[in-house]
Design a protein around this ligand. Structure first.
Ligand SMILES: NC(=O)c1ccc[n+]([C@@H]2O[C@H](COP(=O)([O-])OP(=O)(O)OC[C@H]3O[C@@H](n4cnc5c(N)ncnc54)[C@H](OP(=O)(O)O)[C@@H]3O)[C@@H](O)[C@H]2O)c1
Length: 338
């Protein structure tokens, strides 16, 4: 049974890694303006994490949302990384991709106490009285390599129990994982009861591997997907033609990806479709995908995103992608607006 709460998440939410100065600094005013613009556009779901700017994203998001009625929006944050005071590091330097002056360093902790401490610290940083969804952040071999087994043991020996207690007491409404690897979610479903998975970058216009096995497993489990990284961290929003470095999965895009996106862009041109519109709308066609949460680094992106969400995309566009082997033949696609 899908948690009713997750099933009520709107199809478009705001990914708030950018509020933590991911790759480039934005001012506090700019950050608050992004959230205000999102609110004015009707967006009511926001995803953040202690990791995003080492506390900065949570602080800014809470500051922007505090003036709203708490019952009017939904909020997820994450557990698994505690932020310890750091007096030694040069805080002017980019850390973990974030340009942040927050004087903290990350310590992984997926234990019972770690989850509870993280939850309370997030409430304080946000300055809000409630968090709706807690997601176990980046547990998996992509982040932890050989150490993953140790962290998994901590999760299953206590961290999961903390999440389950918070959920059953009503303190939070739903629990899940927030990861870039679907395999971690597939394994977690064997051992616990999860409401949702924030899966980033793995079910996009560029890759559909979860279609077989994983997404049906979510359906059977009753878990929904919150789709992060629908632009694969940039290239599916910017395309290949703007010049400068192209981002793919939080790094420079390899030539094979640039070539693939270039061909998709040609098909977009032939059908008068914006690449970013196709990227944003594609994952939502799958019944297990509840919402997409693009990362927006400027307030004007909100209006652009609304337009991308509503752009008509003809069926022939999706058909041609499939015919050319650029999209899995079995992938559900948005109803064509011919
Ligand atoms: N492990 C996890 O739990 C996990 C991992 C990754 C992501 N996430 C979640 O998913 C959210 C989204 O992921 P993401 O931000 O990493 O990647 P994303 O949404 O795939 O891409 C964000 C990038 O796309 C650009 N962009 C967005 N709209 C655009 C437009 N209309 N035109 C041109 N460029 C545009 C943004 O540029 P500008 O900055 O210039 O606007 C930004 O650089 C995160 O904020 C986070 O909430 C979670």
């Amino acid at each position: 049974m899908v948690a009713a709460f997750v099933g009520s998440l709107p199809s478009l939410g705001l990914g708030c890694a950018s509020l933590g100065n991911l790759y480039r600094p934005i001012t506090r005013d700019e950050a608050l303006a992004i959230v205000d613009a999102a609110w004015d556009a009707g967006m009511r779901y926001f995803d953040t994490a202690p990791y995003y700017g080492l506390g900065l994203s949570e602080r800014r998001l809470g500051d922007a949302l505090r003036k709203q009625k708490r019952a009017d929006y939904m909020l997820s944050t994450k557990v698994g990384r505690l932020l310890d005071p750091d007096t030694a590091t040069d805080i002017a330097a980019e850390r973990h991709g974030f340009v942040t002056a927050m004087p903290f360093k990350v310590r992984y902790d997926y234990s019972y106490d770690g989850v509870m401490r993280s939850y309370e610290a997030s409430l304080h940083r946000l300055g809000l009285a409630r968090i709706d969804i807690l997601l176990v952040h980046d547990i998996g071999v992509v982040t932890h390599g050989a150490d993953n087994q140790r962290y998994l043991a901590d999760l299953w020996n206590g961290g999961y129990r903390a999440l389950d207690e918070l959920r059953s007491s009503g303190a939070i409404s739903a629990i899940g994982l927030g990861v870039n690897e679907w395999q971690a979610c597939a394994d977690a479903m064997e051992k616990g009861r999860w409401d949702c998975f924030l899966l980033a970058g793995r079910y996009t216009l560029l890759e559909q591997e979860p279609l077989y096995g994983f997404l049906p497993q979510c359906e059977a489990h009753g878990a929904k997907i919150i789709l992060g990284g629908a632009y694969n961290s940039g290239i599916l929003a910017t395309g290949t033609r703007r010049g400068g470095e192209l981002h793919y999965n939080y790094g420079p895009a390899p030539q094979s990806i640039i070539d693939r996106v270039t061909r998709i862009e040609e098909i977009c041109d032939a059908h008068n479709v914006a690449l970013a519109a196709a990227a944003l709308q594609f994952p939502l066609a799958h019944s297990v995908v509840q919402c997409v949460i693009p990362g927006l680094g400027e307030a004007r992106r909100v209006r652009q995103t609304e337009q991308l969400m509503s752009q008509a995309i003809p069926s022939a566009f999706w058909q041609q992608l499939k015919q050319e082997g650029l999209l899995d033949i079995e992938a559900p696609v948005p109803a064509g607006r011919d």
